[in-house]
Design a protein around this ligand. Structure first.
Ligand SMILES: O=C(O)c1ccccc1NCC(=O)[C@H](O)[C@H](O)COP(=O)(O)O
Length: 209
């Protein structure tokens, strides 16, 4: 299976280019100022101007003001937005760029209903629910909560690491996987070896020993 990989929480050009050279399909940039992975719109737009054309830059917002989102996307036409808060379907769809909607998974979430609500989303990203923490929790959720016949591509996130990503891809068969904390050496800084190994294992290019 050809599983794509998004490396999230990029804060430097060095980490961005290393992830791309290791085979990342998409890079995530966090514009949530309470995150240790926060990057300014100016710094992120400078990085994405140097990315090769087939790499997708993804801008992550949590209940952000419209003016902040518009300020970012006015700097580059390449962005896809990942809404990671409580944004309504209407507020996600009002921008000039495509979007993904993150759903924080717990047993009472009906994914079929969420997929219908966010009908204009390109894909849904499934992350672990943790009270008071909007994302980047480093925690997994119960993958059995994901139905097989969802009408949107699934990006699987939440607590993925070099040790569990191959199993996750096998079990869920997602369109893509997304990782942040599992490939860091400290919060906000990627570990190049873990990034490379994670991508190889997600794409089935290396056996898990
Ligand atoms: O990464 C953050 O700090 C963050 C903060 C607030 C909202 C979302 C955030 N990250 C979202 C992501 O896309 C992460 O990649 C995803 O939550 C998975 O994180 P992890 O469990 O650390 O791999």
């Amino acid at each position: 299976m050809n599983c794509r990989v998004k490396i999230c929480g990029i804060t430097s050009l060095e980490d961005a280019l290393h992830a791309v050279n290791a085979g990342a399909d998409a890079l995530g940039f966090v514009f949530y100022d309470k995150s240790p992975r926060y990057i300014s719109p100016e710094a992120a737009n400078a990085i994405i101007a140097l990315l090769p054309p087939f790499v997708v830059p993804i801008a992550l917002f949590v209940n952000a003001d419209e003016s902040l989102v518009n300020a970012l996307i006015s700097g580059s036409k390449r962005w896809i937005i990942q809404f990671h808060g409580d944004e309504s379907p209407e507020s996600c769809a009002k921008y000039a760029v495509p979007f993904y909607k993150a759903i924080r998974m717990k047993p009472e979430v009906d994914l079929q209903v969420e997929v219908e609500r966010y009908s204009e989303a390109l894909a849904i990203l499934l992350d672990a629910y943790k009270l008071g923490v909007p994302g980047g929790t480093g925690e997994t959720f119960d993958w059995h909560l994901i139905p097989e016949n969802l009408a949107k591509p699934v990006i699987l996130a939440g607590g993925l690491t070099v040790d569990n990503v191959a199993e996750a891809v096998q079990a869920v068969r997602p369109y893509a996987v997304d990782v942040s904390g599992g490939v860091e050496k400290e919060k906000g800084l990627k570990d190049p070896d873990k990034v490379a190994l994670f991508i190889k294992r997600a794409k089935g290019l290396l056996p898990v020993l």
